[in-house]
Design a protein around this ligand. Structure first.
Ligand SMILES: Nc1ncnc2c1ncn2[C@@H]1O[C@H](COP(=O)(O)OP(=O)(O)OP(=O)(O)O)[C@@H](O)[C@H]1O
Ligand SMILES: [Mg+2]
Length: 321
């Protein structure tokens, strides 16, 4: 498989009055062409910050302090302003959690979906109109030509998210980043949106990064998963290996917290709260909440240990004697 994105030892810090917050602290991973990667973890684990870094879209007090990000052969941390502009929306499309705040309330849906094509000078106005109409049809908006004349408030939440997906895909990006794309939607609509993303992935063949805190959404869509906690990768592997053979105690507790329709199982919330990232716990950042804590966990951060083929776990339980 051909490599599309390679992130090495990424560290992203926020400078706050109380101190330096280490939001992402030594993250490395690779994404191949045509692959769907899920990034899963509780709120505040650094999922959004890690993908916003790929687009260099961090807030003013956030800084990439070290590491490298290579996308499609380009060194993202050394791009010019023009190259970054091409990257955003053209090579990489992004869909956020709340489609209402990402759409402009006073511009018609049609114009908004045409906009990236015109902004990046990819085609004429009339061609942009045709492509927008076609794309809105593809994402499941009935009567796209009529609906192009309407405004965001005339669309339901699920339909607005379909529009956002059309917008993100209109320039045929190499990578689609979907950051909690279904969190603000009803459960039934959530499944429809994931199915749509899957269909679009099959249609256009791009790579996808899906960010979610709901492991259940990854099952039929993601090829591989990264489990994040407090700015660190805890476990990574093929989706089925992580879901059916989880190794890290944090992954196991995430799975225990997922509702399961088949089995009448008891939901066990993870005890404790996400740590303060200005003064994180020593050693393994999960040790204060972990049911398997040993002495070494408090002292030294674990490296990634080999579990199986393409399956790694940052947990001292897997240290070989
Ligand atoms: N602008 C900011 N200033 C200071 N700290 C920030 C800022 N943005 C994010 N952070 C901090 O960085 C850490 C990681 O945040 P991030 O948004 O990546 O989490 P997340 O995993 O995406 O969570 P969620 O599931 O809630 O979206 C958090 O501790 C958060 O408080
Ligand atoms: Mg987030």
């Amino acid at each position: 498989m051909e490599l599309l994105l390679s992130i090495e030892d990424l560290r992203v810090y926020f400078y706050r009055p109380e101190g330096v917050l280490k939001a992402v602290d030594g993250l490395s991973y690779r994404l191949y062409k045509g692959e769907v990667l899920g990034i899963v973890g509780e709120s505040g684990s650094g999922k959004s910050v890690s993908v916003l870094s790929i687009l260099r879209l961090l807030p003013a007090n956030g800084r990439i302090v070290s590491g490298s990000i290579i996308f499609d052969g380009k060194d993202i941390l050394n791009l010019s302003r023009e190259e970054l502009r091409d990257l955003r929306g053209k090579d990489i499309g992004i869909v956020f959690q709340d489609p209402m705040s990402s759409l402009n309330p006073v511009i018609t849906i049609g114009q908004q979906v045409m906009e990236p094509l015109l902004w990046h000078n990819l085609c004429s106005r009339s061609e942009a109109y045709e492509r927008a109409k076609e794309m809105l049809g593809l994402v499941g908006i009935p009567l796209p030509e009529e609906r192009m004349k309407e405004y965001p408030f005339q669309f339901s939440g699920g339909m607005r998210q379909r529009v956002m997906i059309a917008l993100a895909l209109i320039c045929r990006p190499k990578l689609l980043i979907a950051d909690e794309p279904t969190t603000s939607l009803d459960v039934t609509i959530q499944a429809q949106i994931i199915r749509l993303l899957k269909r679009m992935k099959e249609e256009f063949g791009m790579s996808v990064i899906l960010i979610t805190h709901n492991l259940a959404l990854t099952t039929n869509f993601c090829d591989r998963l990264i489990i994040m906690y407090a700015g660190n990768m805890m476990e990574t592997g093929r989706t089925k290996d992580i879901l059916y053979n989880p190794s890290h105690p944090y992954t196991k507790s995430l799975l225990d917290a997922v509702p399961d329709i088949e089995v009448d199982k008891e939901l066990i919330p993870i005890p404790g709260t996400i740590p303060n990232l200005i003064d994180p716990p020593s050693g393994c950042r999960f040790h204060p909440r972990c049911p398997n804590t040993m002495d070494i966990c408090k002292e030294e951060a674990p490296p990634l240990f080999d579990i199986d083929t393409d399956h790694y776990s940052a947990c001292w339980l897997y240290r070989r004697a």
